[in-house]
Write a protein that binds this ligand. Sequence first.
Ligand SMILES: [Zn+2]
Length: 153
Amino acid sequence: MSSESDLPPKMRPSAQVAPPKPRPRPQDPVEQEFWKRCQDGNLYFQRCSGCGCFRHLPRYMCAKCGAPEFSWERSSGKGTLFSWTVTHQALHPAFAAEIPFVAAVVELEEGVRMATRLIGCDHERLALDLPVEVEFELIGEDFRLPVFRLRES
Ligand SMILES: [Zn+2]
């Protein structure tokens, strides 16, 4: 009777199952707070208490006025397509079943830009400034990752 260890590593049944998609692994408390807040199904961005501007990626000081004070504000989750590329290679095996997929940068109504994936769209119809809206993809059993989808304007 053969066991899995009789097979070369890439031929083993355990190697044929796609691993779960990787989760963000934030090292920093303010970055951890961003991902934690995503888990309620909304996006939140830091807003400077000094000048009122929103910022992303999470950081400790406003790049415009230097103020360290901020609050977390709920985003509308709506924005526009700022840039994108259609990816035809899965650089991680968890994405192999989804190629080609769209890696995108979206600009939210609050003025911040965010790297993400655009899902459920016809790649041939993409154009700059198309309206998009956030959606949360479940990674594993309990992690919500923000992705975007085209919306009616
Ligand atoms: Zn500021």
